[in-house]
Design a protein around this ligand. Structure first.
Ligand code: FRU
Length: 908
């Protein structure tokens, strides 16, 4: 578009350039002798009028003030200005000739007017016929009578051609006419003052003078004044030259009888311009252009002056017309400009119109292209999405397969381990070689199990399926327990293995199950890479001035190259100096777990490696859902994999429950078996027994964590008992193991139909039973996490369909209905659920892992949190609305649970 506008302006400027060219003037320079007298003024005027008729002409007149040196300078100036035509009226012929010749030789056409230069170096001469003037004057005097006429001749400036030529013409007639006699010649300079004195003297001496012939009217007037002064005006007649019209001109003097006659000497101003134009047009002009002259005396003076007046009047009219034309031209010019402007605007608007059409066409085109591109991108994106989905599904399938397979591995490995257990119990085997082989199988099976568990952990991390539950834990005791697992190996390899701490009483919030993996992994690594006789130190440093505790595990092993320090926590990373078999996910899992605790783990390596874990001492970083009052069991399946084979390896002490043991109810009528089981399991669990007569009653009374039930019982068989308990809301959640000798498929199906969680046939492996109990408890923990995490959904979507869900739904509904009732008690709740307070307590503890009152309070606090966030109620109002009996109690409970006051919580 800009280019188009530029084009318009170029076109317009070209148009205006043409116009300028039209107006360009020829420059005509005129060097005038002077402008003191009317003749010269008239000459200039007639030139100017003529020039005005021709707008292409620029006329420049320089006045030399009748001084020769001035005139030379003027002509030089006009030459330097590069005039197209030079007109000169030379003051004196000889002196002005060289400069005129210079101009002529420079190629400037030169027109000489009025007076002449010497030689022929000019283009043309134009002026009155001075010779003829002299002749006319003499002849006129001669025409009066045949008597002798005595004449005084008053000459013009000597050295000027008119003076010379007029004299010559006059002389020629006088010489040839015996009646004419020039009795005196007076030298003048064209002006009257120059002759007055000399004439006066002449007239005083010569009395019989008849005529005076003066070379111009001004000197003639001077002569008249002298003659009049001497009162000789009736005797002497005076003849002048020029014949100018106007008050002081020669014609008027004739009319006034001051002069007898005046010989017309035209200025030739207008003719000089006309001649210039001819030359400029390239026409050939005559070298000598003489203007006519006549005698003006009393007979024709009047008519002549009238003629001149008329000419003057006509010139005035012409001037007037010209002024008018100029005005018209001015109007025309401004209209022309306006028109051009309009034209420009028109062109511009047309161009803009064209441009906007072009642009909108382009835009539409671009839009279409973009739409097309967009459609393509959308198709591509959908394809990518589809591919990504397929890849994800395929990955998912692979990972699921892999995870499933890993799970599948666990059972055979567990069976292998329990087979070794059975074999080791075999009293017949005492061969140390076989025992060593068994030890090897056992240790490697344990190692395999640990690796599988690590892989499953990794999968859980990827899926964000780790359920994080922190409980208050004595840090030193916790780490010390893990430390103990490695003591034996340290002794065996003579490793200086120490644990140190500056605050043995420090308790922090940990998910023990998860953190156990971290410390176990770090210590395993330390032992893996530390040579015999090396050093491994655990240092627990309570940074008292801060809110952090730092746990360092430092070894004197091979260390980690500096450039790899950043990478050790990446999944599947294998250190370049690590020649040992490793999955490469242990440190990755450890970092994820530490970060779940909002802590950090870093590694330094200088003479061995140091892993430094920083954890919060308080619990402000944890949400209420992440805090549990009781710890989950520590799944230490992975523990002990480094231990050597020994008898107590089969110890069933695999579950540590710090505060209270899990309870097991054994319903069995075989007292030997009851004794055996009680003996084996009571180390880890609190055991209750029933011979089968009161199995159901005991279960309802105790609400145990696990029920182990025989099938062949006196009153009701095991299937019936199991079915009854599973249908009872109070006991429905309890995992049940059916122990039976019935190994057939039907019995197995019947067992499962009764709702049993596990069906073991006799003779069973104690290790399998022990592992099964652990698994059931572990699964119940998982279920508990599940309930806790889904607690808010249970009320809305009954997609689980179990008795527990229905129970929790009902429970939640009742609590929510009474949320603002601070008098609502656990008894009220148990009554509405149609169970006893103790049963309710146990049931909730079993399902959710917390006390019912804590559970109610958690719901109240959640409600309060919601109100603090979303409502404008005051804190007191919120306290009551959430069922707290007083604002103070509310604040205390809130702060205890969330470590922040309700007000600060709202402000945040
Ligand atoms: C004017 C004038 C005229 C005369 C002419 C001769 O300056 O003196 O009166 O005729 O010059 O060149």
């Amino acid at each position: 578009m800009l280019r188009l506008i530029f084009l318009v302006f170029v076109v317009l400027s070209l148009v205006s350039c043409n116009k300028l060219e039209d107006e360009k003037k020829f420059k005509i320079g005129f060097s005038q002798t002077g402008t003191k007298d009317d003749w010269r003024k008239s000459m200039n005027k007639s030139m100017e009028i003529q020039a005005e008729f021709h707008p292409e002409i620029e006329l420049k007149i320089l006045d030399s003030d009748d001084k020769v040196e001035n005139q030379i300078k003027d002509i030089e100036q006009l030459i330097s200005e590069n005039v197209d035509i030079l007109i000169v009226s030379p003051i004196k012929s000889k002196q002005i000739t060289p400069v005129v010749e210079k101009a002529f030789k420079n190629g400037i056409p030169v027109i000489i007017v009025d007076r002449k230069t010497e030689g022929e170096n000019y283009t043309a001469y134009l002026g009155g016929d001075n010779y003829q003037v002299g002749i006319n004057a003499a002849k006129y005097i001669a025409s009066f009578s045949n008597s002798l006429k005595k004449i005084i001749e008053i000459k013009g400036l000597s050295g000027s051609s008119p003076a010379l030529e007029r004299s010559l013409g006059f002389e020629e007639v006088v010489t040839n006419n015996p009646n004419l006699e020039v009795i005196k010649v007076i030298e003048g300079n064209w002006e009257s003052y120059s002759i007055k004195n000399s004439l006066s003297k002449v007239l005083d001496s010569i009395k019989d003078v008849d005529y005076i012939f003066a070379h111009n009217d001004r000197m003639a007037l001077g002569a008249w004044q002298v003659v009049k002064e001497k009162k000789l005006q009736n005797r002497i007649s005076i003849i002048g030259v020029d014949g100018l019209n106007g008050p002081n001109g020669g014609i008027q003097m004739v009319k006034d009888n001051k002069l007898l006659a005046t010989i017309l000497y035209p200025t030739g101003g207008d003719e000089a311009i006309r001649l210039s134009l001819e030359i400029l047009k390239g026409k050939t002009v005559a070298k000598n252009n003489l203007l006519n002259t006549i005698v003006i005396d009393a007979r024709n003076a009047d008519i002549m002056s009238k003629q001149f007046d008329k000419i003057y009047q006509q010139q005035q009219d012409i001037n007037f017309q010209q002024d008018k034309i100029k005005l018209q031209e001015k109007n025309y010019t401004s209209q022309n400009i306006a028109l051009r402007l309009l034209l420009v605007l028109l062109i511009l608007s047309i161009l803009l119109g064209v441009y906007s059409i072009y642009t909108s066409y382009n835009l539409k085109k671009k839009k279409r292209e973009l739409e097309l591109q967009n459609r393509k991108i959308t198709v591509q994106r959908n394809q990518i999405k589809k591919i990504a989905k397929e890849v994800k599904a395929s990955n998912e399938a692979k990972t699921n397969f892999f995870t499933g397979l890993s799970h599948e591995f666990k059972t055979p490995i567990t069976l292998i381990l329990s087979s070794i257990e059975s074999l080791s119990e075999e009293k017949k085997i005492r061969d140390s070689k076989i025992l060593n082989e068994l030890s090897l199988i056992f240790n490697n099976s344990k190692r395999l199990l640990r690796l599988i568990n690590q892989l499953l952990d990794f999968r859980k991390l990827e899926d964000r399926k780790f359920i994080f539950r922190a409980s208050e834990t004595n840090l030193f005791t916790f780490i010390n327990n893990i430390y103990k697992d490695f003591e034996r190996e340290a002794q065996k390899r003579n490793i200086d293995f120490k644990i140190e701490g500056n605050n043995l009483d420090l308790t922090i919030f940990l998910d023990r199950n998860l953190m156990d993996k971290v410390f176990f992994n770090l210590l395993s690594n330390a032992f893996k890479f530390t040579p015999n006789n090396g050093k491994i130190i655990i240092d627990i440093n309570d940074e008292r001035s801060t809110n952090f505790v730092k746990i360092s595990i430092k070894d004197s092993g091979i260390g980690i190259p500096d450039n790899e320090l950043e990478s050790v926590f990446k999944a599947f990373y294998q250190g370049s100096n690590n020649n040992k078999a490793s999955s490469g996910i242990g440190l990755h899992i450890s970092r994820e777990i530490v970060e779940l605790h909002k802590g950090s783990i870093e590694v330094h390596s200088k003479h061995g490696s140091e892993f430094l874990i920083t954890l919060y001492k308080d619990r402000a970083h944890l949400s209420s859902d992440e805090i549990v009052l009781e710890p989950a069991m520590v799944d230490n399946e992975v523990s002990g994999f480094n231990q050597e084979y020994e008898d107590d390896i089969y110890d069933t002490e695999v579950i540590s429950k710090s505060e209270e043991k899990y309870t097991i109810l054994i319903i069995e009528d075989n007292s030997d078996l009851v004794k055996f089981l009680k003996n084996k399991l009571s180390i880890s669990y609190e055991i209750y027994t029933s011979d089968g007569n009161d199995g159901i009653e005991k279960a309802i009374e105790i609400i145990p964590d696990i029920i182990i039930c025989d099938v062949n019982l006196p009153v009701k068989d095991g299937f019936e008992i199991c079915e009854t308990l599973k249908k009872d809301l109070r006991t429905s959640h309890i995992p049940t193991v059916i122990l039976t000798a019935l190994g057939n498929k039907e019995s197995y199906i019947k067992g499962l139909e009764s709702g049993a969680d596990l069906y073991l046939t006799k003779p069973f492996s104690l290790a399998i039973l022990s592992q099964s109990i652990k698994t059931l408890l572990y699964n119940r923990e998982k279920l508990r996490y599940y309930y806790i995490n889904s607690i808010h959904n249970i009320g809305q979507e009954a997609e689980f369909g179990t008795i527990e869900q229905e129970f929790l739904q009902k429970l939640n509904l009742i609590i929510r209905e009474n949320i603002d009732n601070s008098n609502f008690t656990v008894e009220n709740l148990a009554d509405q659920l149609l169970i006893s307070r103790v049963q309710l307590y146990r049931k909730i503890k079993a399902i959710l892992g917390i006390s019912i009152s804590d559970y109610i309070q958690n719901i109240r606090l959640d409600k309060a949190k919601e109100l603090l966030k979303d409502s404008t109620l005051s804190i007191s109002e919120i306290a009551y609305a959430s069922g707290f009996s007083s604002p103070n109690y509310f604040s205390t409970a809130f702060k205890a649970k969330l470590n922040i006051s309700p007000k600060a919580f709202r402000d945040n």
